[in-house]
Design a binder for this molecule. Structure first.
Ligand SMILES: Nc1ncnc2c1ncn2[C@H]1C[C@H](O)[C@@H](COP(=O)(O)OP(=O)(O)OP(=O)(O)O)O1
Length: 647
C-alpha cells in the first residue's frame, strides 16, 4: 500500500509540473496570439481598401479565429453582415416584432448569420452588450428548439421570464423541475410543432439525465434540435476564472450531435481559455467573434489602501456620501466577515448598505438583491458570490475594498457598473497585506499566483493606461490616447516619476539573506518591520534600515516581488496556509553594484525627493561600510504617511 501511495505522490508531483508547464505554454500562446492578431489586424487594414468601422483599435469589434484552420478573411467575414440570406427577412421581422428592437448592436447580425449558416461560434462580448439575442433570435427563426446550457437557475428564470414577456415560448429543466413538468418538456422535444423554441438546462442535467440525452438524440434524428448554446462558456476551462466541473462533460453534445451548430457565449475569456473550451466541447474550427472590451463610459482608478482599516472605510464612505450621493453601487470585499464589517461600518456612517455573501440564507440573499435592485438599499457590500446575473443598469460605482484575484475577475466585477451606458466609476483599493491574503487563497489554483500578480501589476502601474493593461488580457490592442483620460494613470500622467530603488532593493535582499542564514522564514509583515527597524532585532542586526515611509516600503517590496527579486513561499498546516517571502532568482543580480533598478512612482515632489534622498544616503552609507566595518544603522525617523503617495 505504501508503494502505491508513494507512486501516487510521485505521479501527482509530476502532473503538477506538467500542469505548470502547460499553464506557461498557454500563457505564451496567449501572448503570441495577441501579437498575431495585432499583426493580422494591421495587415487587414493595410490591404483592405473598403472603409471599415473596425479600423480603430479602440472602438472596434474584431473577428478572430481561434482554431488554426478557421481563419476567415476580413472580407469573407463582412459577408456575414449582409441581409440577403434566405433567413434575413425572418430575422428582421422577429427583431422588430418579437424582440421589439429597431437595430442590431455591433456583431449581433454577424453572429446571427454565422450561426444560422451552421457555423460553430464563440461569441466574446462584454456583459450587457446583448449576447442573448444572438441565440434567441436564431432560435425563433429555426425549426425545432435550441438547447441552452446555463450555469445558474436564477439566470434561466430571468431569461424565461423575459422570453415569456415577449411571447417567445421557452422552458427549463433542472434538478427542481417536477416530474409532471419534465414529462411535458420531454414530450415537447419530439413535437414537430415545437411548443417551445428554447430549452434551458443546467450542465448537471446533461451530465446526469440519461432520459434527457436520449430525447435529445431522438430530436436530433428528427431534425428538431436546431442549435446548442453554451452560456458562460469559459466555465469549461480550468484556466478560466469560473471553472465548473460539469461543463467539462459537455463535449458529449458535439460528439453525439455533430451536425448541430454550437454557439458559446462569454463575457471574459482569453484566447488560451477559448482554445481549451474548444477542445473540451469537441468543436473543431469554431469562429470566434470578439467585441471590443473597452467600456468607454467607465472610469478606472486605483487607490492605495493603508494598513489602518478605518482609513479606507472612511475614504469609501466619503466617496459614497459625496461623489455618489443618492446613487446605487457595489462594494466588493474579500470575505464574508469583511462583508459584514464593512457593511456595518458604512451603516454607522449613515449609508444604507447591506452585506451579501454565500453564507446567507437564499431568502435573505434574494431579499437584499431585490431591495438593491429597487434602490431601497443604496450599496451592496458583497463577496464575489454576488456575481452572475446582476442586470441593474444604473450602477454608478463599483468599489473594490480588496483587489480581485485576477484582471479578468476585476474586469467582470467592475463591469457591473454603468450597464446603461452612462458614466460610472470603478475604483480599487490596493493594499499590501491583501496580496498575501488572496495569495494563500489561490495557491491551489493552477495559475492562481500568476494571475494574481498580473492584478497586482495592474494596480501598481502608474505609467500605463489601465485600459491598455486590461486589453492585453483580452488580446486587444488599445492605444492609450483612446482612453481619453478615463483612467487615473492617463488623467494624472504628469505626476509620475521614475525613481532609482537599487539601494532600497539591496537593503531588502540583505535582510532576507540574514533571515535565510538563520534558517528563518519571513512573512511579508516581518520583512517590512525588520526593514523599518521594528520587531525582533535579530532580523536586522548590522543592517541598514529604511528611511522610507511604510507605504513606500510596501511599494518597493511589491515591485521586487513582481520583478522576481523576491518570490512567494507557502507553508501548509491542517488549518491554514502561511505566506512567506523568499529571495527570487534575480536577487543575485543585486550583488553587482552596477546593477540598477528603478520604478515609476506617483509621488508628490516632496515624496519623490524623499525616495531619492534615501537612495543617495543609502549609497553613501554603503560606500562607507565597504571601508569601515558595518555597524548597526540608526533607525531613522519615519516620514509621515502619504495618502496619494504611491502607486
Ligand atoms: N440590438 C439591441 N438594441 C437595443 N437593446 C439591446 C439590443 N440587444 C440587446 N439589447 C438589450 C437587451 C438587454 O436589456 C440588454 C443586455 O442584453 P443581454 O443579452 O442580457 O446582455 P449579455 O447577455 O451580453 O450580458 P450578460 O453577460 O450580463 O449576460 O441589452
Amino acid at each position: 500500500m505504501e508503494d502505491v501511495q508513494e507512486e501516487l505522490d510521485s505521479v501527482e508531483a509530476e502532473l503538477e509540473v506538467v500542469e505548470l508547464q502547460i499553464a506557461e505554454l498557454l500563457q505564451k500562446q496567449t501572448e503570441l496570439t495577441s501579437r498575431k492578431n495585432a499583426l493580422l489586424q494591421q495587415l487587414g487594414e493595410a490591404c483592405d481598401t473598403a472603409p471599415s468601422s473596425s479600423s480603430s483599435s479602440l472602438s472596434s469589434a474584431s473577428t478572430k479565429s481561434s482554431g488554426a484552420n478557421s481563419v476567415m478573411s476580413k472580407k469573407e467575414m463582412q459577408l456575414y453582415d449582409g441581409t440577403d440570406f434566405p433567413w434575413s427577412k425572418a430575422v428582421e421581422q422577429h427583431l422588430k416584432d418579437s424582440f421589439r428592437l429597431s437595430t442590431f448592436r455591433p456583431l449581433q447580425l454577424r453572429a446571427i448569420n454565422l450561426t444560422l449558416s451552421g457555423k460553430d461560434l464563440f461569441l466574446v462580448m462584454p456583459t450587457g452588450r446583448g449576447k442573448s439575442l444572438c441565440y434567441q433570435l436564431p432560435a425563433v427563426c429555426s425549426n425545432g428548439f435550441t438547447l441552452v446550457i446555463t450555469p445558474l437557475i436564477s439566470l434561466m428564470e430571468d431569461q424565461i421570464m423575459y422570453l415569456k414577456s415577449i411571447d417567445v415560448p421557452a422552458v427549463m429543466l433542472n434538478a427542481s423541475s417536477s416530474k409532471e413538468h419534465a414529462k411535458t418538456v420531454l414530450a415537447g422535444m419530439m413535437d414537430p410543432k415545437a411548443p417551445f423554441k428554447l430549452l434551458y438546462v443546467t450542465p448537471e442535467k446533461i451530465a446526469k439525465s440519461k432520459m434527457l440525452m436520449s430525447r435529445l438524440e431522438k430530436a436530433y434524428n428528427a431534425d428538431l434540435l436546431s442549435r446548442i448554446t453554451v452560456d458562460e462558456v469559459h466555465c469549461c476551462s480550468q484556466w478560466g476564472h469560473d471553472f465548473r466541473p460539469d461543463y467539462k462533460l459537455l463535449g458529449i453534445l458535439k460528439r453525439q450531435f455533430p451536425k448541430v451548430p454550437l454557439i458559446g457565449l462569454t463575457a471574459t475569456a482569453t484566447s488560451s481559455v477559448l482554445k481549451d473550451c474548444e477542445k473540451i466541447l469537441c468543436v473543431s474550427q469554431p469562429i470566434t467573434l470578439t467585441a471590443s472590451f473597452n467600456r468607454t463610459n467607465l472610469y478606472y482608478e486605483v487607490r492605495v489602501k493603508e494598513s489602518d482599516i478605518s482609513a479606507s472605510i472612511n475614504d469609501i464612505a466619503s466617496l459614497i456620501t459625496d461623489r455618489y450621493k443618492d446613487q446605487s453601487g457595489i462594494v466588493y470585499v474579500f470575505s464574508q466577515k469583511d462583508a459584514e464589517t464593512v457593511s456595518s461600518e458604512l451603516q454607522k456612517r449613515n449609508i444604507v448598505a447591506s452585506p451579501y455573501h454565500a453564507n446567507m440564507e437564499p431568502n435573505d440573499k434574494s431579499h437584499v438583491h431585490r431591495k438593491w435592485t429597487s434602490n431601497k438599499i443604496k450599496v451592496i457590500v458583497a463577496t464575489v458570490a454576488f456575481g452572475m446575473g446582476i442586470d441593474k443598469p444604473d450602477v454608478r460605482f463599483v468599489i473594490h475594498h480588496t483587489i480581485s484575484k485576477s484582471v479578468e475577475n476585476y474586469y467582470q466585477e467592475s463591469g457591473r457598473a454603468g450597464r446603461d451606458g452612462l458614466p460610472a466609476d470603478c475604483i480599487v483599493y490596493f493594499g499590501f497585506s491583501d496580496i498575501f491574503r488572496i495569495s494563500t487563497m489561490v495557491v491551489m489554483e493552477n495559475v492562481g499566483q500568476k494571475k494574481l500578480l498580473k492584478m497586482v501589476e495592474y494596480c501598481q502601474a502608474v505609467d500605463r493606461c489601465r485600459r491598455s493593461l486590461m486589453a492585453v488580457h483580452f488580446d486587444e490592442v488599445w492605444d492609450d490616447e483612446g482612453c481619453n483620460q478615463t483612467c487615473d494613470t492617463c488623467r494624472y500622467a504628469n505626476d509620475c516619476t521614475s525613481v532609482d530603488i537599487s539601494t532600497h532593493a539591496r537593503q531588502v535582499v540583505q535582510i532576507m539573506e540574514l533571515a535565510e542564514s538563520m534558517n528563518e522564514k519571513l512573512t511579508p509583515l516581518k520583512l517590512m518591520e525588520a526593514w523599518l527597524g521594528k520587531g525582533p532585532a535579530k532580523y536586522r542586526k548590522n543592517l541598514q534600515t529604511s528611511t522610507l515611509s511604510r507605504l513606500q516600503c510596501e511599494a518597493v517590496i511589491v515591485r521586487l516581488l513582481l520583478q522576481g527579486y523576491l518570490r512567494e513561499d507557502f507553508s501548509f498546516t491542517p488549518y491554514t496556509t502561511y505566506f512567506y517571502m523568499k529571495l527570487g532568482q534575480k536577487a543575485a543580480l543585486l550583488k553587482n553594484h552596477t546593477h540598477t533598478l528603478s520604478m515609476k512612482m506617483r509621488t508628490t515632489q516632496k515624496e519623490s525627493a524623499m525616495v531619492k534622498a534615501a537612495s543617495v544616503q543609502g549609497k553613501a552609507k554603503e560606500g562607507k561600510r565597504s571601508v569601515e566595518s558595518a555597524g548597526d544603522a540608526p533607525v531613522s525617523k519615519k516620514s509621515k504617511k502619504s495618502k496619494t503617495g504611491l502607486p
